[in-house]
Design a protein. Sequence first.
Lengths: 337, 337
Amino acid sequence: MRRMTIRDIAQAVGTSPATVSKVLTGRGDSLISDTTRQKIRDTARELGYSPNLAARALVTGRTHCIALWAETLADFHAMVANVLLDVLRPSRYEMVITDVVKHPDWHAYFQRNAPWPVDGIIALDSPHSVESYLASGAGRNAPVVSAGAYFWPETDHVGVDLGSGIREAAFHLAEQGCVRIAHLTCQHGMRPGDSRRLAYEAAMRDLEREPELLVTEQSSREDARLLIHDLVRRGDLPDGLLCFNDEVAIGAYRGLREMGVRIPEDVALTGCDGIADTAYFDQPITTIVQPVDELCHAAWQCLQRRLDEPDCPLQSRMLKGSLTVRGSSLRREVHGP
Amino acid sequence: MRRMTIRDIAQAVGTSPATVSKVLTGRGDSLISDTTRQKIRDTARELGYSPNLAARALVTGRTHCIALWAETLADFHAMVANVLLDVLRPSRYEMVITDVVKHPDWHAYFQRNAPWPVDGIIALDSPHSVESYLASGAGRNAPVVSAGAYFWPETDHVGVDLGSGIREAAFHLAEQGCVRIAHLTCQHGMRPGDSRRLAYEAAMRDLEREPELLVTEQSSREDARLLIHDLVRRGDLPDGLLCFNDEVAIGAYRGLREMGVRIPEDVALTGCDGIADTAYFDQPITTIVQPVDELCHAAWQCLQRRLDEPDCPLQSRMLKGSLTVRGSSLRREVHGP
DNA sequence: CTGAAAGCGCTAACAA
DNA sequence: TTGTTAGCGCTTTCAG
């Protein structure tokens, strides 16, 4: 059975497509007589009409889709995607997910496969992709709001400052009596300008300690776990581990337990991002919680504004992560004043 | 700056839009002379042309988007979404995510907000939505492949049989010496026909034991955790917990530890689905692993077939979950023959 | 209050 | 090998 069009409705009601369009979109609705309006609505329902959004998009230039760019949909990014879905629900927008990591040559990618024409893009933790997107010139098609734990002056941006949280975590570990506080990070975290590493290094300077970087290939549970095994075997384990993110911390946690290392007595551990699972371990994992709700609301707000006023001034907001201390790093009873 | 169209290219090259279209889509490419083809390609690149996919979709009827329907993007569903992204990458398809739970009246929903016109839908664990989608008559717009741990005869379907895994888990718990094996589930799991509960009940019958259902509101870590607290306080804790899924198991795990209950000595625990975190606890959690890779590949394969041959016979595949025994349920050393 | 007409950017017959 | 033509389904002036 063919799909219904406004023409079918017009015919059935005995009016013109233009009138049907006016009623069904609500634009100019008020100028149409009650009877016609009602007849059109009823017929649309009866016929099971649903508009062809591609056609609508073609003429209006709006698809009412936005893209979420992310490197993967796991853990923290899944959390964000999830919240974003909630944030978007009241709007008439839908979300298409573009996984951005596997197209290192985004520019070339754009030549071949044009991605779905979204009205705007929220780029999560993927400044690289934003950069080549802008360079490819496609930027004029859909505005980008960049979001993530870094500074980004080239587009609208909602940042999360993890620096102060990391610093707090480092001082916290010191206060808990850790002698060797290492930053367990990954290649990703070693990129010049990575705010977590920088904050860690700065904190170490202020604590007058040597920074120590432990670097895995991927920021994965498994890589972290294996690295820990290695350190234990070599007898070279620090007693404080400030991890790049929660996945790394969870992997480290497992690695430590497998090797019979006690947490936090032998090694105190902190993660970063605040994914749900950290709270559920035998020693709940201390972490720096990102304000995901605020992040998503702010990002969507920025994007909406940009869609309404393409030429509004560059928007930039900075949020803050906050240290949540849990058992994995708590060696001393908190003592009163 | 205006967006480029094939007309602009045609004009620049001195040819017609049709020719440009042929070259750029590759259809009829071979009939065009090398020189023209090259000129068109070069000019397209220079001008930063990218096709208007809404226009293309309008005429071809194909958007090259598929939808993933899921109730949420957390945990297991996030895993699936992630793998699906991988599966889709080689194709020219993109994925739009539709969160399906909060529209209880899907039928009415469709009247108002037509969702983005995707070519097809993969409905993950959401038979209810599929049902009202079909009832709404929208089914003729885009075919659905349903995927999840249940039986579903009304559309193409890729199922996962968890029944045998659950049964195995129940027998495993019995073998480990559990006296009271309860099924810790949620409202969702109490719906008539829920395959996990049915398999649990059947296993209990065969073990000649009383089935015991513990039911939380949501299938969430928190609800499970609180329920456990309650049971412990009432002194009414079973010594075997066969959980609806891994979130519930993780919440139960936490609840038990908080109350000083030992796992597996006092209570043996099994989860279901096989999300990554289960492996990282102090007592790694026994779980029934769903074959996510196969699931995604099969679902996409079904959908592709259906898109190519709209009238092909109903497709149905059944995969199997497999019990992975870990420490959370292992009270006795495995003894050799 | 309603309808006719034009056109969004593209593809697909068909003609040349 | 290329160009002409006719839409895809919808919205949007603008004229009734």
